[in-house]
Design a protein around this ligand. Structure first.
Ligand code: MF3
Ligand code: CO
Length: 251
């Protein structure tokens, strides 16, 4: 069942989303070769406490997920678990994903940065993945079909020679981090539900330089590309209303 949100619920979600955006902006500024992915976990929690102590990290404990942040490097697509042993290297493609609950409503977003200097291929992957998210968001409008968003992302990514992951998708968001509907990053335009005012969704293209198959590591969480190709992930939470579409997790 899709839970359409009132304007006052969306106002709360703006705040949840803003908190997530601030944390990701802070983490992006400190990613560099030599730090560990655990340093990012700690930095997220310290920054959150200093910025909005009443916000609660959304991922830790979710279906047993052990930490508050996901950090996924190179062939890791999503849900990498921060570790004191994982040192970020020059040129690593680092995807960071964070979410909170604030006043009972979730915000969820992700971004990808390169530690130090990246290869031209890595730089281009980030550019195309970020742009594909915004291509999708252009179609996130009342009256459109949900999969107009999906199709726009897929077309943009494939036109640039990359692949969109099929096994993991975006989602509705609200009082739960994951709600109906699913928001795939591939599909046919003119299919799916018709978007009605109050729909709140997280759109999150996961893009690889190779093929789109992923497999999960023994930790039960980390999704990696099966061909070892590089992956990037960008995510925004959105509220689609009759007054327009608001990107809740953009500064
Ligand atoms: N943005 C991710 C998602 O929507 C974060 C979930 S990590 C989890 O799936 F551990 F909490 F599942
Ligand atoms: Co998400």
């Amino acid at each position: 069942m899709i839970l359409y949100k009132s304007m006052s619920e969306i106002d709360t979600m703006r705040k949840s989303g803003h908190i997530v955006a601030l944390v990701l902006d802070h983490l992006s500024s400190i990613v560099r070769p030599g730090i560990t992915t655990w340093d990012l976990e700690e930095a997220a929690l310290d920054f959150l406490k200093a910025t909005e102590p009443s916000a609660i990290p959304a991922f830790k404990g979710y279906m047993g997920y052990p930490t508050s942040l996901c950090v996924s490097i190179n062939d890791e697509v999503v849900h990498g678990i921060p570790s004191k042993k994982r040192i970020i290297k020059e040129g690593d493609v680092v995807s960071i994903d964070f979410g909170v609950f604030y006043n009972g409503y979730a915000g969820d977003a992700a971004t990808t940065i390169i530690a130090g200097k990246g290869t031209p291929e890595a730089e281009n992957l980030l550019k195309i993945t970020r742009e594909s998210l915004y291509e999708g968001i252009k179609h996130a409008k009342v009256g459109n079909y949900l999969h107009d968003i999906s199709a726009a992302i897929q077309e943009y990514v494939e036109d640039h020679g990359y692949s969109v992951v099929r096994e993991l998708v975006g989602h509705g968001i609200g009082q739960s981090m994951h709600e109906a509907p699913q928001v795939p990053n591939f599909g046919e335009k003119g299919t799916g539900i018709i978007i009605r005012p109050g729909l709140t969704i997280a759109v999150e293209p996961m893009v690889t330089t190779g093929n789109y198959d992923v497999v999960f590591l023994n930790d039960g969480w980390t999704a990696v590309t099966t061909d070892g190709s590089l992956a990037a992930h960008f995510e925004h939470s959105l509220a689609i209303t009759s007054q327009g579409t608001f990107i809740l997790t953009e500064l």
